[in-house]
Ligand binder design. Structure first.
Ligand SMILES: *[C@@H]1O[C@H](CO)[C@@H](O)[C@H](O)[C@H]1NC(C)=O
Length: 469
């Protein structure tokens, strides 16, 4: 038994990282057998044409060099992490004497046995020069046949089996939430496995149970576990969401009349943990038969929030309060206009919104965003607090616009005739047309141009596609 086990381990490692990946076919298939290969990308190097061909039917690709000279080299690189790292020189071949072109064999895009979602690029080198050129990364249309599927798959390419290492802890909760929302609205459960994997592999990190010194971080995770409960019915996720909500409520007190602190050091009362808490507690109420405690807590915090001064005269929400409990006038980040919308929808569901005040506040805030030349110039969401002047928005900012969009999507679905759907579709279209690379990765600027890819940028733009479904 032991010997067999060890042989299997060796084989599976080879299958993962070596050149012998098998899916529909194994690596090394002859391209002449493929029925539908098409050029995906080409690049030029000293007159040579280097091209990446993909067969969607085979879910494989090959590289070709043409207009070259004998001894020129051509090969494929394959990446399992969205182009951050790769196995190089797959199938390398040389243009033979008397010829101007050659091509590699076919290699797999994906390795589903190990849940590896891949990308290929073609690279070439003139035989007489120490310089190489590669196409961009691309993949087949498998799991990427529609924009929303392509956006989901590109986010999953950044997933490493535990989390999304190109972005932070709290952003990771939002990457997971983005996948959960995608499963909810499309019904596509290909990536459902990620939910339990993230839960089990991370539940003992930081202060345990997805808590840490940032109350907002804890609440993002709590909301993700509500979503996990919704798509699985598994009570362990609802229990974790309760733990996160209860932990966060310990950091509510009467300073400035009420509300939760941003961190366990009780130094700053700001919008985000309060909006998140309203949404989480109201969501718990809506899922726990007979609950009164969570609803009372949500109502208590929303009533305080409305009077706190953080909602300004334009119906936009500034970042937080000064130490003497006044609106601090800091940036109206898009996510602070967003999470409250989802919270108000959950409260409306809980109460039936008898006087219409929850939905009125939600639509007032939404309309203020849509009319804001800072946040919505030319009809496309813009994080004016960090995107200006070529800013990349650091570690946190890239997630904000997607969070706004997710929550507006929840409001839009709650309202008759989806009044914000066309605005949401415009966000998705702008990302698709102006802010995307050849691997369906998105940058931070929703109006373009594409700057760089990471998990935060990806989940954020992806949420626009999901909200518009
Ligand atoms: C996590 O929550 C459970 C259930 O409330 C509790 O028993 C456990 O002690 C918590 N773990 C940590 C590290 O706080």
């Amino acid at each position: 038994m032991k010997l067999i086990f060890e042989i299997l381990v060796v084989l599976s490692v080879t299958g993962s990282y070596g050149q012998n990946t098998c899916n529909i076919y194994c690596d090394g298939r002859n391209p002449d057998l493929s029925i539908d290969t098409r050029v995906i990308l080409s690049t030029e190097l000293f007159g040579r044409q280097i091209s990446l061909y993909i067969s969607d039917a085979d879910n494989m690709g090959f590289a070709e060099i043409s207009n070259g000279d004998p001894t020129d080299l051509i090969w494929l690189d394959r990446s399992w992490d969205g182009g951050i790292s790769w196995t190089g020189k797959l199938g390398e071949v040389t243009i033979p004497t008397g010829s101007r072109s050659t091509n590699t064999m076919l290699y797999n895009v994906d390795n589903p046995a190990d849940r590896q979602i891949g990308a290929l690029r073609a690279c070439g080198q003139p035989g007489n020069r120490d310089v190489i050129a590669c196409t961009g990364w691309a993949r087949s249309s498998v799991s990427a046949g529609t924009p929303v599927d392509a956006a989901a798959t590109a986010l999953m390419q950044f997933y490493d089996g535990t989390l999304w290492p190109t972005t932070g802890w709290w952003n990771g909760a939002n990457c997971l939430q983005a996948i959960i929302d995608y499963i909810k609205v499309t019904g596509n459960r290909n990536y459902l496995y990620v939910v339990d994997e993230v839960f089990e592999k991370n539940k003992d990190l930081h202060d345990g149970n997805f808590t840490n010194e940032y109350i907002d971080d804890t609440l993002w995770w709590g909301l993700a576990w509500v979503g996990a409960y919704d798509i699985t019915g598994d009570n362990k996720y609802l229990e974790m969401a309760k733990v996160d909500s209860d932990y966060s409520y310990l950091y509510k007190d009467d300073v400035c009349g009420g509300g939760l602190w941003w961190k366990t050091d009780r130094n700053y009362k700001n919008a985000i943990p309060n909006e998140l808490f309203i949404k989480l507690a109201a969501s718990l109420h809506n899922r726990i038969p007979g609950d009164t405690m969570y609803l009372n807590q949500a109502v208590e915090v929303v009533e305080w929030f409305k009077m706190s001064g953080m909602i300004n005269a334009e119906n936009l929400i500034n970042d937080g309060l000064t130490s003497d409990c006044r609106n601090n006038g800091q940036v109206t980040w898009s996510y602070n206009q967003g999470v409250i919308l989802g919270g108000l929808v959950e409260l409306a569901i809980a109460s039936g919104d008898p006087d219409g005040s929850y939905i009125k506040l939600a639509t007032d805030i939404t309309n203020a965003v849509i009319q804001s030349s800072n946040l919505n110039p030319n009809g496309i969401l813009y994080e004016y607090g960090c995107e200006g002047g070529g800013g990349d928005c650091g570690g946190d900012g890239p997630s904000f616009k997607g969070i706004f969009t997710r929550n507006l999507g929840e409001l839009d679905r709650y309202l008759p005739n989806r009044p914000y759907k066309s605005w949401l579709e415009a966000q998705a279209a702008s990302n698709w047309n102006n802010n995307r690379n050849s691997l369906n990765q998105f940058g931070v600027h929703w109006s373009g141009p594409f700057d760089r890819a990471n998990g935060a940028n990806q989940h954020s733009a992806f949420e626009a596609f999901t909200a518009a479904v």
